[in-house]
Design a protein around this ligand. Structure first.
Ligand SMILES: *Cc1c(COP(=O)(O)O)cnc(C)c1O
Length: 496
């Protein structure tokens, strides 16, 4: 059945998947959501025999219903290839007492590769299908990982350009180095004086600026988004939840129909929303455990039903989760409000004007399968040390937040289902935090000495993504105030 995409903020006919991918954000500021969540039309038993690519097709075809089989398979083939350092694409590692779903085997060793290696192909295919003549300009705000993953995905893809804004002092040294060394004439990277929310707010404003869009059009360009608000990011993320469950089933680690919990280190709420979609599609998931770091807006929200961003912004050792506005939550709100766009729009307007909103009791009841937890900086470091010392497996800081919350969740609820923990980054991406958590003697070591030491103590090869930046040249050195983002774009595109 064909699926159309509706805005979370107004009622309407809806648009096709390819149009939603092209547009990114709805004109009313809402996010696109499928008009219904499809159910899997092959059994988990059958899926358990499929490769990652085959599973991706079975899942994505249900959402991207205006793509032909050839188009979709072609996108999948181009995305999930040798860029990944394992044929499984998303392998599961059992360590301690949980399954770590490793989503960091792509080009930039973090989970955003899972979606951003396919998005450029979905987007250029969508442009072709809709007779778009203008060149696509991807505009992205990043808290670290999206930026590099998007750059890597789009670099050299014909008919596209990409501009990335990141908080100058809000990403790890390795994350920054990964971005500013990105080659490709169609790429442009800018550090802003401000935090991630400033960057994201700036980008949203530019997307909503009709006059600027017209100016762009005259010059032969149109904006699109690679942020996790794009439905073309969300849909590919559903795949690995289906895949991992089927995998456990195929390996007889779980019985047919047995429920699992999924634990996700959360920032913008994209990854965990994908797990929720997988559940709605028929994957036997019991609880969706939403793990936050010290920026625990979501924890408080699940406790109280009040979302309140009016608080101090914390810089933590898991910077990709340093977020106070979790954009993708809007899609869940829309659903648990019974697809009431008016209510959803009014909550979002409260967020805009007051920085907070309160959901109804009914909505709260409809999301009872979510569990919110958080880990402090100390707990995160202690979890890295605990898991390493007990079995030699090294977690990155984001995964450690989830792993710590998983422990908490089990204690508080007594839930004994197997847990799948989304492992969102390689420890090599956050080497300093990881190594000093294991032993404070590493404090004084240099970044790359730490990389080599991690390889030794963790018994894992240094990933190619890290080797590549050891000696890479910095090719992007633009820095600007948050008010000057438009001017940076104009400079890159040679607009006046
Ligand atoms: C982006 C990111 C997250 C948060 O994912 P969301 O989909 O934004 O909730 C967690 N960990 C890492 C390493 C990330 O890059």
């Amino acid at each position: 059945m064909a699926i159309h995409y509706l805005s979370t903020r107004s009622e309407g006919e809806g648009i096709t998947a390819s149009q939603a991918i092209l547009q990114g954000l709805s004109k009313d500021g809402g996010l696109f959501v499928p008009d219904h969540i499809p159910t899997l039309d092959v059994s988990l038993e059958e899926l358990s025999k499929m490769s990652y690519q085959e599973t991706a097709y079975e899942v994505m075809k249900l959402y991207l219903t205006d793509f032909t089989k050839e188009e979709l398979q072609n996108c999948i083939e181009k995305a999930y290839d040798k860029k990944f350092d394992t044929e499984e694409i998303a392998p599961l590692t059992y360590a301690e007492d949980a399954y770590y779903l490793e989503l960091f085997h792509g080009a930039t060793i973090a989970f955003k590769d899972m979606a951003l290696s396919i998005l450029p192909h979905l987007l250029t295919t969508a442009a072709r299908k809709n007779q778009i003549k203008e060149e696509i300009v991807i505009l992205t705000a990043t808290s670290g990982d999206t930026g590099k993953a998007a750059l890597a995905g789009f670099a050299g893809v014909e008919g596209t350009k990409i501009v990335v804004f990141y908080p100058k002092n809000g990403v790890s040294p390795i994350q920054e180095k990964q971005m500013v060394t990105q080659v490709g004439d169609n790429t442009y990277v800018v550090g802003i004086h401000g935090n991630f929310d400033d960057a994201q707010t700036g980008v949203k404003k530019i997307f909503n600026d009709a006059a600027f869009a017209e100016e762009m059009k005259q010059a032969g360009y149109r904006f699109s988004s690679a942020n996790s608000i794009n439905i073309g990011r969300l849909v590919p993320q559903i795949v690995y939840y289906v895949y991992s469950y089927a995998k456990l089933l195929g390996e007889e680690k779980i019985k047919a129909g047995e429920k699992v919990n999924v634990v996700v280190p959360t920032g913008n709420f994209g990854n965990i929303l994908a797990a929720h979609y997988a559940k709605e599609m028929g994957v036997p998931i019991d609880r969706l455990v939403c793990a936050s770091n010290e920026n625990k807006v979501l924890f408080d929200f699940f406790q109280s039903g009040t979302y309140d961003r009016n608080r101090e912004f914390m810089l933590t050792s898991s910077p990709s989760m340093d977020i106070l506005i979790s954009s993708n939550l809007e899609r869940l709100l829309y659903e648990v409000a019974g697809r009431d766009a008016k209510l959803c729009a009014s909550l979002m307007s409260d967020l805009q004007t007051k920085g907070s909103y309160v959901i109804t009791d009914e909505m709260k009841k409809n999301m009872a399968d979510f569990f919110g937890g958080y880990a402090s900086e100390e707990e995160t470091a202690a979890e890295i040390k605990r898991v390493y010392e007990s079995c030699g497996y090294v977690l990155d800081t984001h995964t450690a937040v989830a792993s710590s919350v998983c422990q908490d969740f089990r204690k508080k609820t007594g839930n004994t289902n197997p847990c799948i923990i989304a492992s969102t980054a390689s420890p090599f991406k956050f080497t300093r935090s990881v190594m000093t958590a294991i032993d404070s003697k590493y404090d004084s070591w240099s970044d790359f000495d730490l990389v080599d030491e991690l390889s030794k103590i963790g018994n894992v090869e240094v990933p190619k993504a890290i080797e590549e930046i050891r000696n890479a040249k910095v090719v992007h050195d633009h820095v600007c105030e948050k008010e000057e983002m438009v001017n940076q774009i104009k400079a890159f595109l040679n607009l006046k």
